[in-house]
Ligand binder design. Structure first.
Ligand SMILES: *[C@@H]1O[C@H](CO)[C@@H](O)[C@H](O)[C@H]1NC(C)=O
Ligand SMILES: *[C@@H]1O[C@H](CO)[C@@H](O)[C@H](O)[C@H]1NC(C)=O
Length: 217
Protein backbone atom coordinates (compact mmCIF):
# COMPACT_ATOMS: atom_id res chain seq x y z
CA UNK A 1 0.00 0.00 0.00
CA UNK A 2 3.00 2.28 0.27
CA UNK A 3 4.72 3.57 -2.84
CA UNK A 4 8.43 3.73 -2.32
CA UNK A 5 8.81 7.37 -3.29
CA UNK A 6 5.99 8.30 -1.02
CA UNK A 7 6.48 10.25 2.11
CA UNK A 8 4.57 9.55 5.24
CA UNK A 9 3.91 12.29 7.61
CA UNK A 10 2.29 11.16 10.77
CA UNK A 11 0.76 13.70 12.91
CA UNK A 12 0.06 12.25 16.26
CA UNK A 13 -1.81 14.77 18.10
CA UNK A 14 -4.19 14.84 20.85
CA UNK A 15 -7.44 16.61 20.61
CA UNK A 16 -7.69 19.91 22.33
CA UNK A 17 -6.61 23.37 22.97
CA UNK A 18 -5.98 25.22 26.18
CA UNK A 19 -5.76 28.85 27.01
CA UNK A 20 -2.50 29.99 28.48
CA UNK A 21 0.63 32.04 28.27
CA UNK A 22 2.90 31.96 25.26
CA UNK A 23 5.50 29.70 26.79
CA UNK A 24 5.42 27.12 24.09
CA UNK A 25 7.39 26.63 20.90
CA UNK A 26 8.16 23.90 18.43
CA UNK A 27 11.14 21.76 19.27
CA UNK A 28 13.39 19.64 17.07
CA UNK A 29 13.78 16.04 18.13
CA UNK A 30 17.24 14.62 18.83
CA UNK A 31 18.84 13.11 15.78
CA UNK A 32 18.64 9.35 16.03
CA UNK A 33 19.68 7.75 12.79
CA UNK A 34 19.87 4.21 14.12
CA UNK A 35 18.01 1.03 13.36
CA UNK A 36 16.57 0.73 16.81
CA UNK A 37 14.07 3.53 17.10
CA UNK A 38 11.33 4.53 14.72
CA UNK A 39 7.56 4.68 14.67
CA UNK A 40 7.63 1.54 12.54
CA UNK A 41 8.08 -0.46 15.72
CA UNK A 42 4.57 0.41 16.84
CA UNK A 43 0.93 -0.21 16.09
CA UNK A 44 -2.38 0.85 17.60
CA UNK A 45 -5.99 -0.27 17.30
CA UNK A 46 -8.09 1.94 15.07
CA UNK A 47 -10.85 4.09 16.50
CA UNK A 48 -13.41 1.30 16.31
CA UNK A 49 -11.03 -1.31 17.69
CA UNK A 50 -11.62 -3.40 14.60
CA UNK A 51 -8.41 -2.92 12.67
CA UNK A 52 -4.80 -2.30 13.53
CA UNK A 53 -2.98 0.83 12.46
CA UNK A 54 0.51 -0.51 11.85
CA UNK A 55 2.87 2.41 11.54
CA UNK A 56 5.29 0.39 9.42
CA UNK A 57 2.72 0.76 6.65
CA UNK A 58 3.82 4.40 6.43
CA UNK A 59 7.38 3.51 5.51
CA UNK A 60 8.76 6.00 2.99
CA UNK A 61 6.11 8.59 3.74
CA UNK A 62 5.96 11.66 5.88
CA UNK A 63 3.64 11.22 8.80
CA UNK A 64 2.03 13.55 11.29
CA UNK A 65 0.61 12.30 14.53
CA UNK A 66 -2.13 14.74 15.21
CA UNK A 67 -5.80 15.03 15.70
CA UNK A 68 -5.99 17.78 13.16
CA UNK A 69 -8.12 19.17 10.45
CA UNK A 70 -8.59 17.89 6.98
CA UNK A 71 -7.04 20.74 5.05
CA UNK A 72 -3.47 19.70 5.71
CA UNK A 73 -4.18 16.16 4.64
CA UNK A 74 -5.75 17.45 1.44
CA UNK A 75 -2.76 19.65 0.62
CA UNK A 76 -0.09 16.99 0.19
CA UNK A 77 0.31 13.67 -1.49
CA UNK A 78 2.50 11.16 0.31
CA UNK A 79 1.75 12.84 3.57
CA UNK A 80 -0.46 11.15 6.12
CA UNK A 81 -2.09 12.15 9.33
CA UNK A 82 -2.96 9.74 12.09
CA UNK A 83 -5.14 11.13 14.88
CA UNK A 84 -4.67 9.89 18.42
CA UNK A 85 -7.63 10.68 20.68
CA UNK A 86 -6.75 10.97 24.34
CA UNK A 87 -8.80 11.58 27.45
CA UNK A 88 -6.07 12.56 29.90
CA UNK A 89 -6.48 16.31 29.53
CA UNK A 90 -9.62 17.93 30.79
CA UNK A 91 -11.49 14.73 29.94
CA UNK A 92 -12.08 16.29 26.58
CA UNK A 93 -12.39 12.97 24.83
CA UNK A 94 -14.88 10.98 26.88
CA UNK A 95 -16.26 8.95 23.96
CA UNK A 96 -16.82 5.34 25.01
CA UNK A 97 -16.08 3.94 21.57
CA UNK A 98 -15.33 4.88 17.99
CA UNK A 99 -18.91 5.81 17.25
CA UNK A 100 -19.00 8.28 20.10
CA UNK A 101 -15.57 9.72 19.34
CA UNK A 102 -16.53 10.37 15.73
CA UNK A 103 -19.85 11.81 16.82
CA UNK A 104 -18.06 14.18 19.19
CA UNK A 105 -15.81 15.37 16.38
CA UNK A 106 -18.79 15.90 14.17
CA UNK A 107 -20.97 17.79 16.61
CA UNK A 108 -18.81 19.24 19.39
CA UNK A 109 -15.09 19.64 18.70
CA UNK A 110 -14.46 20.88 16.10
CA UNK A 111 -18.13 20.34 15.22
CA UNK A 112 -19.94 21.68 12.16
CA UNK A 113 -20.17 18.21 10.70
CA UNK A 114 -16.43 17.50 10.80
CA UNK A 115 -15.53 14.06 9.52
CA UNK A 116 -11.78 13.33 9.57
CA UNK A 117 -10.24 12.32 6.25
CA UNK A 118 -7.44 10.46 8.04
CA UNK A 119 -7.40 7.46 10.36
CA UNK A 120 -7.89 7.75 14.10
CA UNK A 121 -6.57 5.36 16.67
CA UNK A 122 -8.49 4.12 19.61
CA UNK A 123 -8.38 6.34 22.66
CA UNK A 124 -4.79 6.22 23.85
CA UNK A 125 -2.88 7.24 26.97
CA UNK A 126 0.06 9.38 25.88
CA UNK A 127 1.41 9.91 29.43
CA UNK A 128 1.34 8.16 32.77
CA UNK A 129 1.32 4.59 33.92
CA UNK A 130 -0.48 3.23 30.89
CA UNK A 131 1.17 5.35 28.23
CA UNK A 132 1.54 3.78 24.82
CA UNK A 133 5.09 2.75 23.88
CA UNK A 134 4.91 4.86 20.75
CA UNK A 135 4.69 7.93 22.99
CA UNK A 136 7.49 6.64 25.19
CA UNK A 137 9.63 6.63 22.05
CA UNK A 138 8.43 10.03 20.82
CA UNK A 139 8.97 11.73 24.16
CA UNK A 140 12.42 10.17 24.61
CA UNK A 141 13.68 11.89 21.48
CA UNK A 142 11.56 15.05 21.33
CA UNK A 143 11.96 17.51 24.22
CA UNK A 144 8.86 19.11 25.72
CA UNK A 145 7.35 22.05 23.86
CA UNK A 146 5.99 23.94 26.82
CA UNK A 147 7.63 25.20 30.01
CA UNK A 148 4.37 25.19 31.85
CA UNK A 149 3.04 22.06 33.43
CA UNK A 150 -0.70 22.01 33.71
CA UNK A 151 -0.52 19.72 36.69
CA UNK A 152 -1.14 22.72 38.91
CA UNK A 153 -4.50 23.07 37.27
CA UNK A 154 -7.42 20.80 37.48
CA UNK A 155 -8.08 18.55 34.57
CA UNK A 156 -4.98 16.38 34.39
CA UNK A 157 -5.92 12.74 34.66
CA UNK A 158 -2.70 10.74 34.79
CA UNK A 159 0.24 10.01 37.06
CA UNK A 160 3.18 10.03 37.45
CA UNK A 161 4.31 13.30 35.85
CA UNK A 162 7.45 13.68 33.76
CA UNK A 163 8.98 16.77 32.22
CA UNK A 164 8.72 15.23 28.76
CA UNK A 165 4.97 14.68 29.07
CA UNK A 166 2.56 15.74 26.40
CA UNK A 167 1.10 18.88 27.97
CA UNK A 168 -2.31 18.94 26.43
CA UNK A 169 -4.38 17.75 23.54
CA UNK A 170 -3.26 18.72 20.06
CA UNK A 171 0.45 18.37 20.53
CA UNK A 172 1.81 17.08 17.25
CA UNK A 173 4.76 14.94 16.17
CA UNK A 174 6.17 15.05 12.65
CA UNK A 175 7.80 11.87 11.36
CA UNK A 176 10.15 11.66 8.38
CA UNK A 177 10.27 9.06 5.65
CA UNK A 178 12.50 6.82 7.73
CA UNK A 179 10.00 6.74 10.55
CA UNK A 180 12.02 9.04 12.78
CA UNK A 181 10.36 11.74 14.81
CA UNK A 182 11.91 15.04 13.71
CA UNK A 183 9.77 17.79 15.22
CA UNK A 184 7.32 18.28 18.05
CA UNK A 185 4.76 21.11 18.08
CA UNK A 186 2.74 22.65 20.88
CA UNK A 187 -1.00 22.59 21.27
CA UNK A 188 -1.58 26.12 20.12
CA UNK A 189 0.43 25.92 16.93
CA UNK A 190 -1.95 25.67 14.01
CA UNK A 191 -1.60 22.89 11.45
CA UNK A 192 -1.01 25.47 8.71
CA UNK A 193 2.24 26.53 10.43
CA UNK A 194 3.63 23.05 9.79
CA UNK A 195 3.53 23.36 6.03
CA UNK A 196 7.14 24.42 5.53
CA UNK A 197 8.46 21.56 7.66
CA UNK A 198 6.27 19.04 5.88
CA UNK A 199 7.42 20.31 2.50
CA UNK A 200 11.06 20.06 3.58
CA UNK A 201 10.59 16.45 4.61
CA UNK A 202 8.81 15.61 1.39
CA UNK A 203 11.69 17.23 -0.50
CA UNK A 204 14.31 15.14 1.32
CA UNK A 205 13.19 12.04 -0.49
CA UNK A 206 12.81 13.51 -3.92
CA UNK A 207 16.28 15.07 -3.71
CA UNK A 208 17.77 11.69 -2.95
CA UNK A 209 15.91 10.20 -5.86
CA UNK A 210 16.77 12.96 -8.30
CA UNK A 211 20.42 13.44 -7.56
CA UNK A 212 21.38 10.29 -5.76
CA UNK A 213 22.80 12.44 -2.98
CA UNK A 214 22.34 12.31 0.72
CA UNK A 215 19.29 14.11 2.06
CA UNK A 216 20.24 17.31 3.82
CA UNK A 217 19.56 17.70 7.49
C1 LIG B 1 12.49 -1.74 16.03
O1 LIG B 1 12.45 -2.48 14.81
C2 LIG B 1 13.73 -2.73 14.29
C3 LIG B 1 13.54 -3.33 12.91
O2 LIG B 1 12.66 -4.41 12.94
C4 LIG B 1 14.50 -3.65 15.23
O3 LIG B 1 15.76 -3.92 14.72
C5 LIG B 1 14.62 -2.94 16.57
O4 LIG B 1 15.23 -3.78 17.50
C6 LIG B 1 13.25 -2.51 17.10
N1 LIG B 1 13.49 -1.66 18.26
C7 LIG B 1 12.90 -1.88 19.40
C8 LIG B 1 13.21 -0.89 20.47
O5 LIG B 1 12.13 -2.81 19.59
C1 LIG C 1 -20.87 2.99 21.93
O1 LIG C 1 -21.19 3.41 23.25
C2 LIG C 1 -22.52 3.84 23.39
C3 LIG C 1 -22.69 4.38 24.80
O2 LIG C 1 -22.16 3.49 25.75
C4 LIG C 1 -23.48 2.68 23.10
O3 LIG C 1 -24.82 3.12 23.20
C5 LIG C 1 -23.20 2.17 21.70
O4 LIG C 1 -24.00 1.02 21.45
C6 LIG C 1 -21.74 1.81 21.53
N1 LIG C 1 -21.49 1.48 20.13
C7 LIG C 1 -20.74 0.45 19.78
C8 LIG C 1 -20.57 0.25 18.31
O5 LIG C 1 -20.24 -0.30 20.60
Amino acid sequence: MVGFVDIVTIVLATLWSVSGQETSRQVACYHHDDNLHSVYNFSMPDVHGEKTIDFSHYRGKVLLLYYGLNALQDTYKNFHIVGVPCNLFGKQEPGANGTEILSMLKHVRPGSGFVPNFPLTQKTDVNGEKEHELYTYLKAFCPPVDDIFYTERSGIYYKPYHNSDVRWNFEKFLINKEGKAVMRYPTRMLPSSLEKDIEDLLEEGSQTNSYGGEPGR
